[in-house]
Design a protein around this ligand. Structure first.
Ligand SMILES: [Ca+2]
Length: 153
């Protein structure tokens, strides 16, 4: 099974019921939009800051969150989805290298946040169709570490 397929499996496993709210109390009063233009929803940025201690792991989570928002915002643009998928993979590899806890739990929580309305959930899952059948090479430990060097937008 290729990694792109795995991303799709994770997405389906994280399907949030339509209209469900993020589970973290710290995000309830924070916007679910990217207000400052850094590519990350404000509530997701707060969640990352509150739930991930390691700075490099936070960088991986931010990369992943940017990719997830790009998928929600551009589900019909196959090139944008491929770029977003690469960003999610890079962020996930960084998380795998830097995060002591379960990467799976972080990914699932952030996917749930990005699919917190039926429209967003449908967009995210629709975007996944552009990744179906694709695969990506396995990353070495050094490549995972280098993935933590956050992109500057
Ligand atoms: Ca933002």
């Amino acid at each position: 099974m290729g990694r792109w397929i795995l991303v799709g499996v994770l997405a389906c496993g994280a399907c949030a019921p339509p209209g469900s709210a993020p589970s973290d109390d710290n995000t309830e009063e924070v916007s679910d939009q990217d207000l400052d233009g850094d590519g990350i929803r404000e509530d997701v940025a707060v969640w990352i800051q509150a739930n991930i201690d390691d700075e490099e792991a936070q960088a991986g989570a931010r990369m992943t969150a940017r990719g997830m928002l790009e998928m929600v915002d551009n589900p019909d643009d196959s090139q944008a989805v491929l770029t977003a998928g690469e960003r999610i993979l890079k962020g996930t590899e960084c998380l795998a290298w830097a995060h002591d806890g379960s990467v799976y739990d972080v990914i699932i929580e952030m996917q749930s946040m990005h699919m917190d309305t039926s429209e967003r959930g449908e967009a995210y899952l629709s975007a996944q169709s552009h990744l179906s059948g694709r695969s990506a090479p396995a990353w070495s430990g050094d490549e995972r570490k280098s993935a933590c060097i956050e992109e500057v937008e």
